[in-house]
Design a protein around this ligand. Structure first.
Ligand SMILES: Cc1cc2nc3c(=O)[nH]c(=O)nc-3n(C[C@H](O)[C@H](O)[C@H](O)COP(=O)(O)OP(=O)(O)OC[C@H]3O[C@@H](n4cnc5c(N)ncnc54)[C@H](O)[C@@H]3O)c2cc1C
Ligand code: SF4
Length: 337
């Protein structure tokens, strides 16, 4: 598989990158580490005329403390390598779900040399029927994402249900992260939950002239955890995963919970009713954790389709297990603190 031809632009400054994005718009794609983009280009899934590389933009590599809406936060530059996020004491201590999720991404080489946290969030959705070579896909008619009129993952569906398999985005949504999108002449802050369109063909609500520049994590007095299931511990994407955050009250109860299930839908799925069911519960209430996990599984099941390499029944039951394990781990961390 060879890369198609493209023009390669390497701006030296953020301002230069935003200028180029404003000029080229839909004709160009951003190249960060390329571990998602270049694989898709080699498979013939897209063929941009121009790549705008972030290679020289070291100004987007940082992890620092800051404030957001009057509270403390961690701010991570979008081009920060996955390995830096894993190694950061700040992230390990205050956002351990993200640390754990990043440890699971791909393989050590990918984490150290190329993959970035911004690229992880904005990696394309995946589907076993679509993320294949030209040769494989030419064996039958094109699906919606390929410009056709059929979905092989859900019978009679008039839309694409490709799945978001980002480990990082699942953990970040559990941590209630926001992102900054910059464009020539301005920028906007967007809550991560609002980044998604719910359309598997164009999964992100981001304009072609907008660059993800940073990720903002509110720092709360609480504990987070991340669990994922994959066939192999390295190189394989998650079959299903879960990120959770538990915030204690002054009376040692759960004041607020956030449960997010990943790799089951077109975006990471924030489970509102499962999360709310834990308000006021004790940190050792395993029955409450079990019920919340079952509710999360039921709600996630409505989004999942047959487009990863394992059965829906298995993925759904393991979604409950991942949520349950993550809740227990976050609760144990609270009890040990
Ligand atoms: C073998 C293999 C295994 C993998 N396993 C996993 C896994 O287990 N879990 C997982 O989550 N991922 C996995 N990945 C996917 C991918 O490697 C990671 O998500 C990685 O973090 C992507 O980062 P990148 O910098 O290489 O992104 P790129 O490929 O450079 O970019 C990804 C997409 O985001 C866009 N983009 C990147 N940065 C920006 C920005 N700042 N602003 C706007 N758009 C941007 C690009 O245009 C592109 O569309 C795997 C990939 C491979 C090849
Ligand atoms: S979910 Fe359906 S339309 Fe989307 S990529 Fe898969 S087969 Fe194609």
């Amino acid at each position: 598989m060879r890369l198609p031809r493209f023009d390669y632009l390497k701006p030296d400054t953020l301002e230069g990158a935003l200028d180029l994005m404003a000029t080229y718009r839909d004709g160009a794609k951003i190249l960060a580490g390329g571990t998602d983009l270049l694989v898709r280009m080699k498979k013939g899934l897209l063929s941009p005329k121009t790549l705008i590389s972030l290679k020289a933009l070291d100004e987007l590599v940082y992890i620092k403390e800051g404030t957001m809406d009057g509270g403390d936060c961690i701010i991570i530059g979008a081009k920060t390598p996955i390995a830096d996020v894993i190694d950061s004491d700040l992230v390990q201590q205050k956002a351990s779900a993200l640390s754990t999720a990043c440890e699971k991404i791909g393989a050590i080489t990918l984490q150290h040399f190329v993959g970035t946290i911004g690229g992880n969030i904005l990696q394309e959705n995946r589907c076993i029927h679509y993320n294949q070579s030209d040769f494989h896909r030419s064996g039958r008619g094109a699906c919606h994402k390929d410009g056709g009129k059929i979905c092989y993952a859900r019978d009679d569906s008039d839309r694409c249900h490709s799945t978001c398999q980002s480990d990082g985005a699942t953990a970040l949504m559990a941590l209630n992260a926001a992102i900054t999108l910059a464009r020539k002449g301005g920028e906007q802050r967007v809550d991560l939950v609002d980044l998604y369109t719910n359309d598997g063909i164009m999964p992100f609500a981001i304009e072609s002239n907008e660059l993800l520049t940073e990720i903002i994590l509110p720092v709360r007095k609480g504990h987070s955890a991340y669990k994922r299931l994959a066939y192999r511990s390295a190189l394989d994407y998650p079959i299903v995963c879960a990120g959770v955050l538990l915030i204690p009250s002054n009376t040692d109860e759960i004041a607020e919970a956030r449960i997010v299930v990943g790799a089951m839908g077109r975006s990471p799925l924030y489970m509102a009713s499962a999360s709310n069911s834990l308000k006021g519960k004790k940190f050792d209430d395993r029955d409450a954790f079990k019920k919340a996990a079952a509710t999360a599984m039921d709600n996630a099941a409505a989004f999942a389709v047959h487009n990863l390499g394992s059965t829906l029944e298995y993925r759904c039951s393991m979604a409950a297990e991942m949520v349950f394990q993550a809740l227990n781990e976050a609760a144990r961390a609270y009890q040990a603190a």
